[in-house]
Design a protein around this ligand. Sequence first.
Ligand SMILES: [Zn+2]
Length: 460
Amino acid sequence: MPSITFLGAAGTVTGSKHLLEYDGHRVLIDCGMFQGPREIRDRNWERFPIEPDDIDAVVLTHAHMDHIGMLPVLVKLGFRKKIFATYGTVGLCRVSLPDGGRLQEEEAKFRNKHGATRHSPALPLYTEADAYDTLKLMEPLHYHQWQELPGGAQFRYMPAGHILGSAFVEFYFANGERILMGGDLGRYDTPIIKDPSKVEFAEYLVIESTYGNRLHAKGEAKEMILEVAERAVRERGIVIVPSFAIGRTQELLWYCNELESEGRWPGLPIYVDSPMANKATLLYQETTEDHDHDMKIDMSEGNSPFRTDMVRMVRDSQFSKQLNTSPGPWMVIAGSGMCNGGRVLHHLKAHLDELTVTILFTGYQADGTLGRRLLDGEEEVRIFGQPVQVRAKIERLEMLSAHADYEEMLTWLRGFKSPPKKTFIVHGEPDASLAMQEHIHRELGWVTAIPTQGEKFELS
Ligand SMILES: [Zn+2]
């Protein structure tokens, strides 16, 4: 009898790993890293919850680290079978996994040198070489293309509208029943990539609940970006946008380009100071099967909606440093999105104490990050061990979230023509998952379960 076991993102938002078992075969859906506070991250160092040799294939939903970040560990432990993903996801894995391995190695080296280590010696979770070994196992698939798996199961991908390459996995067991693995659900009417696909039937369903208890702020992201840009030009100020390299950066550039083509952009130069964001931006252009209608039109006219006269992609860190000392007005988009690392820290350190500076946050700021402390209005923060006064204006662009809120989740769920036998709610803090469950019970009357870590369910 088929079954599903929840090996991550159960009772928490990260570490997605779901194991499907049928007729002696095992397929792992996603292989994500635990992220966030230390006690959650430490779980990445625990024994891998399944023997790599026992897995027949890995099927990925999308390229966020909390869905792919442990792949190189699985490969390091001996996994040698296929890893399926959409073309967009494979492209983004090429950008982020080797980089992740290199950063891990650098961090371990740094800790060993400075004695700041809990493990002796400090070790990387995986290396750049492990990441390259992982990429060799990846098999790209187009959306809607059926793929056979050992034991007579098969699956196909459908666009999920979350980030480039993001997909639902429609998975058929050999007994003819299907489970829809939702991955992360994106939003409707956002630029660049297609909206979430409509799904009408599935016997079983797994959905996320990141925003199971929240609604996104309404309002026009574009107008807010314009307001901030106009003020910067007026005051000859600087705008620092801590941004996630994948998705958020491209959306921001899209809106800036739209404003420019409408003749409303006030001439503020934009620097994208993130090698990873620049690589991801190229992929967003090249992966045409993900493009929505407007993006297709732009591309067919030979325009890149991400590269305008105002935008400059910063490659070397030398230029990044020079930028810091040049007078405003200018805008810089740099990672990391929550200010817990990356080039954005140098920009913040240089300019947080200036009244004409605006820090424009583009997404969720987790507890314990510098981003959260700034949003919470702290007057002094520490960057690279030194105190910095906060005089800059702090603003947030909440509407750029890549995750559906609970209303948008319900809109998607209402597309089902008959209720699944059971809907599993994962990928949320406990309060958010519970709230999502209540919304589903009240609005749809479906049978649901909120799995706990390691919990197994027979699918019959
Ligand atoms: Zn995601």
